[in-house]
Write a protein that binds this ligand. Structure first.
Ligand code: PGA
Length: 247
């Protein structure tokens, strides 16, 4: 794992966008896995800035959202499809037919299989960008998710629902969906390259367990220790509990 520690959220965002931009420039038909959350907002802002400055062309990019709440339509303001449109897709030139998210609302098993198949048909992910939950989840792969999992239907951990209720402007906890669809650990591990971002003190324990703890399904992100090309960009607060030489 390549762990890059930067001073703050802003620097994390700029570095992350630079890595994504370099990937797109090297491979104009890059297939991206893209996360939702407060963590990547700054990275998306910077990617939009680069595009507007004429420095980054998304015309060949294929984008797959990492996850989605079950039961929220793409037009629902709390859906991850809506998030991706408002933070990135509406502002850059990804072709509409190249922007994908899990289609929720029909049969969960079918929806998951269809999404996994779509990713495969696109040639698999070149770069999966991820946030991390306070419980070490990546995507909505909660602790205990089998490492061999592909895209699947998941019941959200209560701490995840609480974090999302507090972090995203849901009016009350009951509004936060109980189920979601997420790319699995195996889907993410099959990406040629993985970039995980973390910012803030509340992520410090999860980051330390990910980088220095045992590889365990109890901490889903710890599997990234076994990925051949995983980079973590973390700010100093999120790196706080690291004890290794990189800290
Ligand atoms: P956050 O969410 O970026 O809003 O902290 C990350 C996650 O839960 O995966």
């Amino acid at each position: 794992m390549n762990v890059i520690i930067v001073p703050d959220y802003e620097q994390m965002s700029v570095n992350a966008a630079a890595l994504v931009a370099a990937e797109i420039k090297a491979r104009p038909r890059t297939v991206l896995g893209l996360p939702t959350g407060n963590t990547p907002k700054g990275m998306y802002r910077e990617l939009v800035r680069l595009h507007r400055a004429g420095e980054l062309d998304f015309s060949g990019v294929v984008a797959f959202n990492i996850d989605e709440y079950w039961g929220l339509s793409p037009d629902h303001p709390m859906s991850f499809a809506y998030f991706m449109r408002t933070h990135l897709l509406d502002h850059v030139n990804v072709a509409p037919e190249n922007a994908h998210w899990p289609e929720v609302g029909a049969d969960p098993a079918l929806a998951c299989r269809a999404y996994e198949e779509k990713i495969r048909a696109a040639g698999g992910l070149d770069l999966a960008v991820l946030g991390i939950g306070v419980n070490g989840h990546i995507g909505f792969n909660e602790p205990g998710t089998p490492f061999g999992s592909e895209t699947h239907y998941v019941r959200l951990a209560q701490e995840t629902r609480l974090a999302n209720y507090r972090g995203y402007g849901f009016k009350d906890l009951a509004e936060v969906p109980e189920y979601a669809v997420t790319m699995g650990i195996a889907t993410i591990m099959a990406a040629r390259r993985v970039l995980l971002l973390a910012s803030g003190r509340e992520k410090a324990t999860a980051v330390a367990q990910t980088v220095e703890g045992p590889v365990s399904e109890a901490v889903p992100a710890s599997i990234l220790q076994r990925h051949p090309d995983a980079t973590l960009i973390v700010d100093e607060e999120a790196a706080f509990a690291l004890s290794g030489p990189s800290a």
